[in-house]
Design a protein around this ligand. Sequence first.
Ligand SMILES: [Zn+2]
Length: 407
Amino acid sequence: MLLLDSIFSIYSIKFLENFAYFKNDTVFLNFQDSTFFFKDKKFKFSYKLKNNKIYVDGQSISLIIYRLTAIPIFWDYKENRLIRANETINKFQLIEEDDSCILIFSFSKNLKEQAWLEDNALIVHIIEGFYPKFNYISGEGKIIDSIRILHTKEGAFFKIFLTNKYGSYKKLKEGDVLKFTIYSYANFGYIIIDPGHGGKDPGAIGKWGIKEKDITLSVSKKIANILRKEYGFKVVLTRETDTFVSLKERAEIANTLKAKLFVSIHCNYAKEDNASGPETFFLSVARTNEERAVEALENSVIKYELEEADEIKYIVSDILQNAYLKESQRLAFFIHSRINKNRNDRGVKQAGFYVLRGVYAPSVLVELGFISNEKEAKLLSTETYQEELARKIAEGIRDYINWHIRR
Ligand SMILES: [Zn+2]
């Protein structure tokens, strides 16, 4: 905070009652509602009264002084004092589109910059960069929430606050122009959510006749909804209703769209009543009896398919799927570490699921829990638990994608 009198004496601003006038012009500061009018434009500023003196926020007053006098003056937010410097950033432009946005900086000389990510913000430090025209820019909320421009004697810091829809960025420098393209998750490509079973294939039937196909559809829709609305991803479900879709068709949907990842949703079943907890599988060779049991259960759907499974085709695609083995394993770990919190950890597992074999993308199969377990079956049929699981799976998918595109 700055003492107002000292600035007013330097820049010949008169202070009368609640208003401060500059050179008898129509420009004034109104302390009653903390506004500053300049050429019919309204600016907000903050101030404090202390010992009968008015203190104003240096960040906003530096901008006001610039508007009044055209003197490029900056508030050093680290040392809390006004500094004077030559304007070196001539132009700053923000162009927001639906799936990307562009930031353009034009310099009066060749300036160096550094950029890094901090929580939900992209920080661009322009060394010796001074930009007096704005200290706050509001985004449209598609990818950019807002931009704060702060200065120190080392230059300008553009703090670009990003929304949840932000995916990655690219930097390009051509002479005195610096350009950032910020991409939304919509650019990532298709995510396929595959609700297990459906139609004539009920999947496992648990306590009180709870059908696997109903829970998988309900949870899958919730996952898709979160991925689309909160992060802006493009998501396709292999089925939207209670219909039968063959394993081959499910893989074809993914391959036709050149899907970036595939997540199949299922519920587990065990003869022992006490088995509980979610499991996440990636496609590989089952190693344990437990893994083989789940593999056999999920692959038994093949009995509903009209055509016999084409074994040769599966062997061919196995080789292709191998290329995604490491990525699939990582995707499984990202999802599992979200859904497993505070639960009996059954871990990430591997098995040879037919549904994953034909997909040419990293793919996993999530077992939400055991519908053979009385307590878990009850939980799995509630809206709140389904929503909680869906959110965690969506977060795990986003974690994997962040890791994938930013590494
Ligand atoms: Zn299943």
